[in-house]
Design a protein. Sequence first.
Length: 389
Amino acid sequence: MNFARVTWIVLDSVGIGEMPDAAAYGDVGSDTLGNIARQRTLHLPNLAKLGLGNIKPLPHIDPADHPTAAFGRCALASPGKDTTTGHWEMVGIHLAKPFPLYPRGFPPAIMDEFERRIGRSTLGNYAASGTEIIKELGEEHMRTGKPIVYTSADSVFQVAAHEEVIPLWELYKICETAREILRGPYEVGRVIARPFIGQPGSFTRTPNRHDYAVPPPRGMLLDQLEANGVHIYSVGKIFDVFLGRGIQEHEKTKNNTDGMSKTLNALDQLDRGLIFVNLVDFDQQYGHRNDVEGYARALEEFDAWLPSFYAKLSPEDLVILTADHGCDPTTPSTDHSREYVPLLVYRPRQPEPVNLGVRSTLSDIGQTVAENFGTQIEKGASFLRAVAE
């Protein structure tokens, strides 16, 4: 074993420039990190020291003369640009075709069956921002008891309901029913329960979100690690994305601050194995809402947290910082963007620069983790030797 403990942090949607096929996705010019830095000076001294500015030129983030991490960027080999696609590829699953999208809403064949089985009519059934659609339809939902169904540019079927109108247990059952219906050609990547509270004009979503993902094919990284006796501790939506497969301990999070705090707690609890983290606010709170200032502040808060994270590490640690796709808040679109993602790999025992170049797939990360723990996955080329020597 080269490193006793690996902490793998996914900065959800923090892309670093359009991929060559961005035009096919309507994403020419997308560059989440670069475009934010062009509009608003970013103060990221700790990430810059690791080598963030060495990956590619970024405004006001100079390349480090002697980066303390290995650095590079990863392309997404699978078609698509959503959470499930990116996370699945990390663990060695490449999609032959993207999950289906429903920009005009779900067809009558799906909605009629869904309403019949849940015993309620629905509102919405169109692509929308989650916060906006509860503003638009929340009052009618409270009056009628009809759940709000909506989608986005992602392959998702989302159900929003007020916790005092449809209790959580029923909302979760409604989403389980949707997951059963959405199979075959209609198999979206995730069904998501989106509970909220409050009164018209002041609705707020609660932390009781729950994702119902498509089961990943067998043999992916978390299966292989479990078979090899590797303890996995997840923080954030990792547990939901992979349906808990191979994960022994997990913590849900309310926001990035909570996720960073729970990551420090995980380091106190686990001294050997994998800590797998997703920090979702970059995407959920700021990218999809085109909130450049909010996104910039969230990046700076993560950067400022890094020294407290480093204080928990030992020479036996490996740290991987990356993302799953882009979500550029500076473009007119509020959707994800087809971008490369950054790759920073820090080893406290050997803070030496290594240029990992452009990796052809996110699976290279999963293969590296697999090799570290004495196993392998179907896709990806490990860079373990480059960072362990």
